[in-house]
Design a protein. Structure first.
Length: 262
């Protein structure tokens, strides 16, 4: 059966300082001594969770996407995380899925964080991205999406699941870390898949503290990795056989409600 190795980079972010953040992440990636296939960065990894996109937005031909392309090609990895992208006068909190050959996929954050005015500055996406790697299907989502389980809910067509791994990239404050940890476990249990949640650490310009608490969870909801309150680079290899075994042994999905996401 297929294995998949991914690396979580839980990092502090310099507020609205692209050069410092890209240099910090470059050093962390190039210092990795374990073989990996996917590197996952936090939400808005180049700026922090800023609400002035007009100052920091880039196009898909901009410096941060070019940096992702360079990192992916030079290190022979897939790299993913979100940044601010401008298209047709609109701003998106866009997750980029960058392959080593320079090909990209992207997902625009669907659920914008109204409590923090994200909905006043950004445009929501309307389409999920499920990537494919080595026979694995990977559902890619961003931070606040975690609170809305229908958007990630596994659907089965002709007895086939949609995905095997669910990834959330985030800037999720420590004051709501209990919800973060609980909901990540719930998403793994209800969708019978691996879940990886990758969060930042440190403080932003409003003195909001981020505890990280990045997690990797197995299809039964068991925590395989958890790191609070510190920068960390962690690599783990997942076995697809475990997903298939859980779904065969506990075929709860057969009793699920049918629905359509619009």
């Amino acid at each position: 059966m297929s294995s998949l190795t991914l690396t979580i980079i839980q990092t502090d972010l310099s507020w609205e300082n692209k050069a410092a953040n890209l240099q910090r992440l470059k050093e962390k990636i190039e210092a990795m001594d374990e073989r990996t296939e996917i590197v996952v960065l936090p939400e808005m990894f180049s700026t922090g969770f800023t609400m002035v996109p007009e100052l920091f937005a880039e196009t898909m031909e901009g410096e941060t996407v070019a940096w992702m392309k360079e990192m992916a090609e030079n290190n022979k990895i897939i790299i993913t995380g979100s940044l601010i992208i401008e298209e047709d006068g609109q701003y998106f909190n866009r997750l980029i899925w960058m392959l080593p050959n320079g090909q990209t996929g992207h997902y625009d954050k669907r659920h914008l964080f109204g409590y923090g005015d994200e909905d006043k500055h950004y445009t929501p996406g309307n389409k999920r991205l499920i990537a494919s790697v080595k026979g694995w299907r990977i559902n890619l989502q961003v931070c606040y999406d975690l609170r809305f389980p229908v958007w990630s809910r596994q659907q089965y067509v002709s007895m086939e699941s949609e995905y095997d791994l669910l990834i959330y990239v985030a800037n999720w404050p420590e004051r709501r870390s209990h919800a973060w940890k609980t909901l990540l476990c719930a998403r793994a249990i209800e969708n019978q898949c691996f879940v990886a949640g990758v969060n930042r650490v440190g403080k932003d310009n409003k003195n909001v503290y981020f505890s990280g608490d990045s997690l990797v969870i197995d299809p039964l909801g068991q925590v395989l990795y958890h790191m609070p309150d510190a920068e960390d680079v962690f690599t783990i290899t997942l076995q697809k056989e475990e997903v298939d075994k859980v779904r065969t042994q506990f075929p709860f999905w057969k009793d699920a409600d049918a629905f359509t996401i619009h």
